[in-house]
Ligand binder design. Sequence first.
Ligand SMILES: Cc1ncc(COP(=O)(O)O)c(C=O)c1O
Length: 500
Amino acid sequence: RSMSLITCCYSLHIIFFPPQSHHASRTLLYKKTFVESFEETPLLVAVLTYMGYGILTIFGYLRDFLRDWKLEKCHLAREREEQKDFVPLYQDFENFYTRNLYMRIRDNWNRPIRSVPGAKMDLVERVTPDYNWTFEHTGKVLKDVINMGSYNYLGFAENTGTCADTASECTEKYGVGVCSTRQELGNIDKHEELEKLAARFLGVESSMVFGMGFATNSMNIPALMEKGCLILSDELNHASLVLGARLSGATIRVFKHNNMQSLEKLLRDAMVHGQPRTHRPWKKILILVEGIYSMEGSIVRLPEIIALKKKYKAYLYLDEAHSIGALGPRGRGVVDYFGLDPCDVDIMMGTFTKSFGAAGGYIGGKKELVDYLRLHSHSAVYATSMSPPITQQIITSMKCIMGEDGTTLGELCQLSENTTYFRRRLHEMGFIIYGNNDSPVVPLMLYMPAKIGAFGREMLKRNIGTVVVGFPATPIIESRARFCVSAAHTREMLDTVSIT
Ligand SMILES: Cc1ncc(COP(=O)(O)O)c(C=O)c1O
């Protein structure tokens, strides 16, 4: 197999770049080896993949033609007869991909689950009478499917155990809903308890929690940035960050994924040229990055980003949705992983939907920042606050990670062992896998469109639930299966998955 491995190793001892090069000083920023691989798509595979899409597109046009001539039944949303003269509400061309490509493999997504998203789960069996346009439940349940897709990194998403018990006690006392915003009657003592705990966990002065992770990004970035400000955003940032950046009205410039030269060029240009036309200095510059990128399994080059942000006096917003709990010797995310000072990140954001097995998000940082957001964030002022049992689930799981519940948490070590083992197994078997050696998100490259559906279906036949991803979530020739390793997986489960 031809291999062009773009591997970067940084350590105090292992430096792969010539000493006089620009990279040498960067390597000193890292206290540990940093190995990340993104193997190039082999040429033959790329050609076959494009051919696959080409054939699907030709068939798509053919079927659209048959639908237009009413030779094939059309299941699509259609313009109403009396609105024929209107500009079409459903743009045909935009839906081409969904109609003709996604529909063929739609059975791989939105499968109803009938259990906790633990290491194993139960799936509702369904059949389609019309080639994936609609589904019917057969009444049967697929039991004990190995779950390789949920973000349950530490195994806290369970319905038994301390987290579930304390959440259920909390429900008895507070109920499930708060029916008000934080600023009105939705500020319960549990929220304040969680915020103090989260601030300690993150090593920051203060924190605020929100009912939804997505809204934490999309509603807080606009509270901090406005017209005349500049946002420098990684090209692979999550949709919630992109939406927040757009809603803010600030100018957005995108740098190549985790590419420090690309980021530095944008920072330098911003300093030299200022705002377009007026050339006034930007009011503020904010760098937006994630801890672990959930489609690539890559880890942000945080030490270099911090060095750049200090050099150019920009602010840094770090989304730790996938890294909090899952990375670092103490599970405190990417800052802990690199052994950095949390104060060097201006805005620490994360979600409780992954490692904590709960819901919602947080912002952590200086007290002034958090106090400002309490008054100005739409999410704080207009949205109902976090549900009490959810708050309790987070408090209990966070205390567990911090070792404050009197136990020593083996899950962090287990997750790291499972990640290393599973990645090594797949690599040894010759699969092309992406990302950082320490990332529990493991993308296995499938490339060809036909393989997306086939892989998901064949794995399910063998009682393994996986997430398969294709365009537009990935570049067109980089379809993949995305495994999420959990501390709850046993060696036997990981062996079953890799052998299958
Ligand atoms: C990086 C990132 N940020 C934010 C979110 C949104 O969080 P939530 O799903 O908790 O609303 C996600 C969700 O997967 C994410 O991956």
